[in-house]
Design a protein around this ligand. Structure first.
Ligand code: HEC
Ligand code: HEC
Length: 210
């Protein structure tokens, strides 16, 4: 796939620019050769790269990562016609074997990087009130709840959180019949009436986990 190679090459240049040594965690985790390409988009120690909308993944729970990689692979995520950013990730997951998915999930969970900086406006105190319903599934510190299939939200980039909430709202994520957890999340979106509510709740989540 020559088109893809060219794309990966320019991304490598970006990673070189962004992945400064000072941003490294104390004990960087070295990915295996077959997974080093994840850092091309997600950055050194999977610290995230806003330019290509690839979120910080550092420390995400392995159960959630494994599930999402299968979701991309099986076509529940990253295939909706309005989800152009998800379509960047979908073919990356599609190429992995089950064994590589397990290894990738372990790699993600083992990484660490500085918490992301706030990039969006939004009122955290208004967001705190809105977050009361979210905490039933995602936990009061946005630490996640495996039994409910609800991921940690603390530590994700604010721009990524906003994009996902917009996708759940429009149905670009969570409307596939096989995506039962995504459907639950879409239903939970009803408490967030508009863009301002989304920005506020994201601003509050960005204060958690520090
Ligand atoms: C071509 C760039 C690219 C590469 C390479 C890439 N990703 Fe991604 N990844 C993305 C983008 C962009 C998103 C955001 C998708 C969205 O907005 O739904 C993403 C999303 C994800 C998510 C979802 C995170 C969440 O919180 O739900 C996981 C997990 C993930 N990537 C893991 C990986 C792993 C593991 C690898 C290597 C096997 C990898 N990615 C390689 C671009 C990439
Ligand atoms: C009924 C339980 C439930 C409630 C309430 C809930 N969520 Fe979720 N949420 C989920 C589940 C389950 C997922 C995982 C969906 C999947 O598997 O793709 C999720 C996923 C998400 C994601 C995507 C995370 C990622 O890494 O891509 C965000 C962002 C999110 N929720 C934010 C919120 C916010 C904000 C609220 C409150 C307005 C909320 N959730 C309320 C269950 C819930």
């Amino acid at each position: 796939m020559p088109g893809k190679l060219t794309r990966l090459q320019w991304m490598l240049v970006l990673v070189g620019v962004l992945g400064t040594a000072s941003a490294l965690a104390k004990d960087p985790v070295v990915p295996s050769d077959e997974l080093v390409f994840c850092t091309v988009c997600h950055g050194v120690q999977l610290m995230g790269n806003p330019i290509i909308r690839a979120p910080r993944l550092s420390g995400l729970s392995s159960w959630y990562v494994e599930k999402q990689l299968h979701a991309f692979q099986d076509g529940w995520r990253g295939v909706h016609e309005a989800d152009l950013v998800g379509m960047e990730m979908q073919p990356m997951a599609a190429a992995l074997t089950d064994e590589q998915i397990k290894l990738a999930a372990q790699f993600v969970a083992a990484t660490d990087s500085p918490m992301p900086e706030r990039t969006l406006a939004g009122d955290p105190s208004a967001g705190q009130a809105l977050y009361a319903t979210c905490s039933a599934c995602h936990g009061n510190q946005a630490q996640g709840n495996e039994a409910l299939g609800s991921p940690a939200l603390a530590g994700l980039n604010d721009w990524y959180l906003r994009e996902q909430l917009e996708k759940f709202m429009s149905g670009a994520r969570g409307s596939h019949p096989a995506d039962t957890t995504g459907q639950q999340m879409r239903a939970a979106m009803q408490v967030l009436g508009d863009e301002t509510a989304i920005d506020d709740v994201v601003a509050y989540i960005a204060t958690l986990g520090h």
